[in-house]
Structure formats: structure tokens, C-alpha cells
Design a protein around this ligand. Structure first.
Ligand code: FAD
Length: 287
């Protein structure tokens, strides 16, 4: 329960943090809220020799509207998301999902940047970011670049981040007015990671689904965009056949691990149930 020894660094700028991370190499890790990293260090599953704390860097925390996008600084906490009127108005699915992360203690410290950069398939926000068409701003010794959330996740704890790079913000296009949304998460108890979860954002026109995106959490090594499942409902009135086809298409791309949350068959089954429920609830909210 006690982490190994490490040196602590507190840079004041992104450039200094990137310089430290690239100089110290694999032995260094950025520290945000610490609610994924510190438990791993206590279990000795992570043993960084240097922690580069991002809390001293001004400008990494906050939520602002930039034209048709909502831009969220990496060090914005999950609690900040819940307290934001802008998020409640423009991105209500983010509010709904943030409320399902862990418990208030974790949400006061845990950041959006840490949640999406970690690469943990159990984290709730990555699939949501894919569904919303978000892009991540990555800054490092080589400058800044933007990577789509859909291209960021390469394997469990393996992402598009290059050595020395920090995720500095998340930019999310504001969904169409009147869109429907839902994040359905099955968990064993309050505060647990998902056994299976599905995110849906859709629009309806004349009683039929006009556009749809479906994301899956903790049902593979990475968050997934279920494109075939979304295609199965577009143009339908979400009748039973369409819902069944969407659940089956989503299940076809799921490859969850068998773990304390259940065997593979069970997790795929409830994954399909989460997709069905999220589609129905999202359609009920669309106007
Ligand atoms: C009891 C418990 C229950 C939890 N349940 C859930 C849950 O249900 N759903 C869920 O989504 N999460 C859950 N979490 C995780 C929580 O949301 C974490 O806070 C979050 O995953 C990581 O954010 P952090 O700011 O704490 O990052 P940290 O723990 O500080 O960092 C996590 C990793 O990301 C890297 N990192 C952090 N910030 C950046 C950055 N800006 N750029 C590049 N790399 C960075 C770090 O180096 C580290 O490798 C739980 C945590 C606990 C302790």
C-alpha cells in the first residue's frame, strides 16, 4: 500500500512539463488527479521514478465555448463538469456520465484529462468522447497537434500520446439542438467501473432516426465506436427489429475480458442490453 520512492516536480508551464517529461523519459509520468495513478503506484503496478505534477500550470483548468465547440482544459475535474451550466446545457450526456463516475471524493480530484489520457478501458469518458466526435490537443517538445478521440486509443493503456506529450484540452463539437442522448452503465455497486456501458447520441426527424452514434465502455481493450450498430437504426423508427439488429451488431465487436464483473458471455449480453436501453432513452429525449 506504500508507493515506491519518486522525485516530485511541479512545472509552471506546459513547455517546462514537456521538457521534463522528455528529458526524464520512461521513468517520468504526468500527475493529474492521481486517482488512477496513485492506486497503481500503491499496488506497485506503476513505479515511476519522477512525477510531473500538472497542478501548477495555469490555464489547464476551465470550460469555455469557442464557436461551435466546447473546449475543456485537461485539469478540469469531473466535479467541475457536474457544476458547469455550459456542460448541463450543451453536453448533457457528459453531465450524465460524469455523475456515474466513482463517488464525489474521486470526482473532486479526478480530471477529464487523466480520465481520457489514461487508456484504461474501464474509464467512462473515452467512449463518450468518441461518440461526441471530440478531439484532443496534445502538446510536447515537437509542438501541438490535434488527434481525434476515435484515433487515440490503440490498446489497454496504450494511446497515441508520444513520449514527452501532455494532453492539454479536449474540444467537443456542440451536438445539434434537440438531440437525444443517454449513457447507460451497469455496475456492481455505486463507485464501481462498468461491467458494460453504452453511450448514444442521436437525432430524430419525422419519427425516424436521422443520425446516430453509439460508443461502448469496458467491452474491449479500448473504447469502441459501434458504427454498424448505429447504421442499423438510422432510417428506422427504432422498432423492435432495429433495436435487436443494433444490439447484435454491437455485440459482434465486443471482446470483454472475463473478470470479477462476469464471464465474457454475460458481459456481452448486458452490453447488448445497455445499447438497447441507451437507444430507447436517447430517442425519448430527442425533439
Ligand atoms: C475508487 C475509484 C473508482 C473509480 N471509478 C471510476 C469509474 O467508475 N469510471 C471512471 O471513468 N473512472 C473511475 N475512476 C478513475 C478516476 O476517474 C480517475 O480520476 C481518472 O481515471 C484519472 O484521472 P486523474 O486526473 O485522477 O489522473 P491520474 O491518476 O493523475 O493519471 C492517470 C494517468 O493518466 C496520465 N495523465 C494524467 N493527466 C494527463 C494529461 N493531461 N496528459 C497526459 N497524461 C496524463 C498519468 O500520467 C497517468 O498515467 C475511479 C477511481 C477510483 C480511485
Amino acid at each position: 500500500m506504500i508507493p515506491g520512492p519518486f522525485s516530485y516536480h511541479r512545472p509552471a508551464t506546459v513547455a517546462d512539463a514537456a521538457r521534463l517529461l522528455s528529458t526524464l523519459g520512461d521513468d517520468a509520468r504526468p500527475l493529474a488527479g492521481g486517482h488512477s495513478l496513485i492506486p497503481m503506484m500503491k499496488l506497485r503496478l506503476a513505479t515511476p521514478e519522477h512525477l510531473v505534477d500538472l497542478h501548477g500550470i495555469e490555464g489547464l483548468r476551465g470550460i469555455r465555448r469557442d464557436g461551435g465547440h466546447t473546449v475543456i482544459g485537461a485539469m478540469t475535474t469531473q466535479h467541475d463538469l457536474l457544476a458547469s451550466a455550459e456542460i448541463a446545457k450543451s453536453l448533457p450526456i457528459l453531465h450524465e456520465a460524469a455523475l456515474l463516475i466513482a463517488d464525489p471524493q474521486v470526482r473532486y480530484r479526478g480530471t477529464i484529462g487523466g480520465n481520457v489520457a489514461n487508456g484504461d478501458p474501464g474509464n467512462d469518458l473515452p467512449a463518450l468522447m468518441m461518440v461526441l466526435g471530440a478531439t484532443y490537443r496534445l502538446e510536447g517538445p515537437g509542438g501541438a497537434r490535434d488527434v481525434a478521440a476515435a484515433d487515440f486509443y490503440q490498446g489497454a493503456y496504450f494511446t497515441a500520446l508520444e513520449p514527452g506529450e501532455i494532453l492539454t484540452s479536449v474540444s467537443i463539437p456542440v451536438p445539434a439542438a434537440g438531440h437525444g442522448y443517454a449513457y447507460e452503465k451497469l455496475k456492481r455497486k455505486v463507485g464501481d467501473y462498468a461491467t458494460a456501458a453504452a453511450a448514444v447520441v442521436l437525432t430524430m426527424a419525422g419519427g425516424k432516426v436521422a443520425s446516430c452514434a453509439i460508443g461502448l465502455t469496458n467491452l474491449a481493450e479500448t473504447p469502441l465506436l459501434a458504427a454498424d450498430a448505429a447504421r442499423a437504426v438510422i432510417g428506422t423508427s427504432l422498432d423492435e427489429a432495429a433495436l435487436k439488429a443494433a444490439a447484435a451488431a454491437a455485440q459482434a465487436i465486443m471482446s470483454p475480458a472475463a473478470d470479477a464483473r462476469g464471464p465474457v458471455e454475460y458481459r456481452k449480453h448486458v452490453g447488448g442490453v445497455m445499447v438497447t436501453r441507451a437507444l430507447q432513452r436517447a430517442a425519448g429525449r430527442a425533439s
